[in-house]
Design a binder for this molecule. Sequence first.
Ligand SMILES: [Fe+2]
Ligand SMILES: [Fe+2]
Length: 331
Amino acid sequence: MSKDNPGPVLRAEQNDDLSHTKIMLGRLAANWPQRAYVKKGELDPFFEAGEPGEPGKEDFLEKLLPFRDLPQYRSSSPEMKSRVLSCGWLMYNAKTTQIETEIVNPSCLDIIAGVMPGLRTGDAQKAVCETLVDEAYHVHLVEQASRLTRRRRGLEDLRIPRFNLVRHMRERQRTGTEPWHGQTIQFATAVVSEIFISDYLHLLSESEEIQPFNRMTVAAHRHDEMVHSPLFRSMAQLFSHDLTVEQRAAFADVLAEPVVWFADRELDVWLSMLRQIGFPKAEEMIRECRSLGTADLTSLDHSAIVTLAEEIGLLDSAAARDSFTRQGLIA
Ligand SMILES: [Fe+2]
Ligand SMILES: [Fe+2]
């Protein structure tokens, strides 16, 4: 991106905001050794808490199943319902892993490579290196939890395909003609994911209804993500500030789209898993579910993305406002 960047285009009145942002980024980077979960010792207590599992508790919450009210699910046996909930947990974890490995980490690597404007300072580089360690540790935590569930529930062979969230991002990247287009789309998807993931994890991190090991795994992850959210908001501001007019318009144009991708109900992934566990009438149930909508925007508080876009001045452009309106984020 740097090669084609003729220089920053910024609004003078943003300077004060930026100095505050830089101070906050520096503080977040400096506190990492005290804060990060990866620094907090061994994982054994989690395994002790998780084996052999608490009787009577499921792996996942029924209220998070997209087909929970449909008759095909309601009339299934208790054993099948329990199996579906274990699939829900494995899917939730797999989506988390794909966010880390296919969305956030590649964007962190772009920043470390120095190709992302506004993010070449020492503090930004330090914070991103720390984030990369956090995310690698989260993959370890989440995959460990999934292995335990697969073993306990006899789901070792369950395959989970690629999520629409990642597929939509890749498709959008293919529409770009320059490397910086793809990097900008990757970064926008990472920013949105990092802002939403705390809420996504909060759905389970305090639940007393599910297996305690599952809850603790999600809570440990969320502990770090509570800081990643302000970190990525700060980086979005610094990045946006240093873009050319053309690059800034591209960033503004794409930022609303990952909100809808994140809210996708991932019904193709569900159908694949339901078929694999022999759920009766899986196709019929998912077809009905699809007719109710493939994305559920009401499940996410997207106001944080709109606020971010306003704060960094992206919504000053009519094209960006159009894009946010098209995605249903503003009226
Ligand atoms: Fe993470
Ligand atoms: Fe994160």
